[in-house]
Design a protein around this ligand. Structure first.
Ligand SMILES: Nc1nc2c(ncn2[C@@H]2O[C@H](COP(=O)(O)OP(=O)(O)OP(=O)(O)O)[C@@H](O)[C@H]2O)c(=O)[nH]1
Ligand SMILES: [Mg+2]
Length: 389
């Protein structure tokens, strides 16, 4: 229902309404949404074991993920979370193996299809982890970093210096190492959990479960926001297709203006006619100056942040003039030239040239304004996501 309202607002060029529709939705309303969580990380780090532990299962239990030292996993496997509603846990193959080298891992596993990530590492923070963090950040998605096998580190440390052994200090050192690594990739508040998949009641495991449960509505909202640019893109393209039918009429009108047999007046009429048409597009898609200011205000961004992503023809008269000179102007010169020599035939030919040229130019304008609308909306939605991190 809320999505229908969003779509209608985008179609009608009411971009502020589209955004406020999302802003006003209470967090609880996202409870019914789903969330696909990808568990990724280096091979053998304990991804499958983490999923088993989160589901309250042990290796070998019925329905448990396969674990072990052999690198046999080739396809992602999906498991439902038994407690968190709508959550699916995706067990991904390990990164950096013969079959899944780091360089092609993200594309081959199509990481963009997942909405949230848990990166699992069982050693120090490494370049593989950094690469995954960067990729997830690039997609505008969120993640937790889970450092597994804490029991192994604690055992080793206890054996090495039993007299000065301090469990909490060692756990803190591991947390700090991971936090430093994640933060170095530009993550503001790294969420790091040090766990043992063999002892799900110890260390940060209970906190991991609790944090995921508490943050679930906001993670679902974030995932929903991330899905909106694709929805908006479909709607804007639909509107573009619907408006295409009108273009012939406008082209014909502009060509009639261009045919006024007083050269200077013809040019001015065509110029202002064209400019008016361009402005109509900007305002019907909701990216005219006034609408952009309102939208920028609503998402708390300076308006230049929104206009910076607009690559289309611009709303300024000078831009309109340039376009006109590029296309209609050329056709009009043909018209004026042939008018003098072959009054009837020349006028028909040049009229046809002008009509076709103008038609394609107007189509280009429409496509550019539609593309701009998608970029502006994506930018506004990105700002909205960042506002609620
Ligand atoms: N001591 C200890 N061993 C663990 C822990 N987590 C996993 N293991 C062991 O590490 C080995 C690899 O665990 P998996 O869960 O299969 O690792 P994975 O990341 O799924 O491995 P791939 O799917 O091959 O990439 C298994 O022998 C697990 O029993 C842990 O927290 N502590
Ligand atoms: Mg596995």
């Amino acid at each position: 229902m809320a999505l229908d309202e969003f779509k209608a607002a985008v179609y009608e060029g009411r971009l502020t309404d589209a955004i406020s529709n999302v802003q006003q939705r209470p967090l609880e309303s996202f409870n019914s949404h789903t969330l696909s969580i990808a568990i990724t990380g280096e091979s053998g780090s304990g991804k499958s074991s983490l999923i088993n532990a989160m589901r309250g299962l042990c290796a070998g239990d019925e329905g448990a993920a396969e674990t072990g030292m052999l690198d046999t996993m080739r396809e992602p496997m999906v498991y439902p979370d038994p407690i968190l509603p709508g959550v699916t846990l995706w067990d991904l193959p390990g990164v950096g193996t013969f079959y899944f080298p780091l360089d092609t891992y993200c594309e081959r596993l199509n990481l963009s299809q997942y909405e949230f990530f848990i990166i699992v590492g069982s050693q120090r923070f490494r370049s593989d982890h950094a690469r995954l963090v960067r990729e997830i950040q690039r997609m505008g998605k969120r993640f937790y970093f889970v450092r597994s096998k804490a029991d192994v580190d604690l055992d080793a440390s206890r054996r090495q210096r039993s007299s000065s052994y301090n469990q909490e200090r060692i756990l803190q050192q591991i947390r700090e190492d991971c936090r430093r690594g994640v933060a170095a990739e530009g993550v503001g508040h790294p969420q790091v959990f040090v766990v043992s998949n063999r002892e799900p009641n110890c260390y940060d495991f209970p906190l991991l479960r609790q944090t995921l449960q508490t943050e679930l509505p906001s993670l679902k909202r974030h995932a929903f926001l991330l899905s909106l640019p694709a929805v908006a893109s479909r709607i804007v393209n639909q509107k573009k297709a619907d408006l295409k039918g009108e273009i012939w009429k406008t082209a014909l009108f502009l060509c009639l203006l261009a045919a006024i047999p007083v050269p200077g007046i013809a040019f001015l009429c065509t110029f202002f006619g064209f400019r008016k048409h361009l402005f109509q597009h900007y305002s019907s898609f909701g990216v005219d100056d006034r609408s952009l200011s309102a939208l920028a205000h609503q998402v708390g961004e300076p308006v230049r942040e929104l206009t910076a992503v607009m690559t289309s023809l611009g709303t300024t008269p000078m831009m309109a003039l340039k376009l006109l000179l590029d296309s209609v102007g050329a056709a009009m010169m043909v018209a004026e030239y042939s008018w003098k020599r072959l009054p009837v035939f020349g006028a028909m030919v040049s009229g046809g040239v002008a009509l076709v040229t103008t038609y394609f130019m107007l189509r280009k304008c429409l496509a550019s304004v539609a593309d701009d609308t998608q970029r502006v909306l994506s930018k506004a939605l990105e700002a909205e996501r960042e506002n609620t991190v």
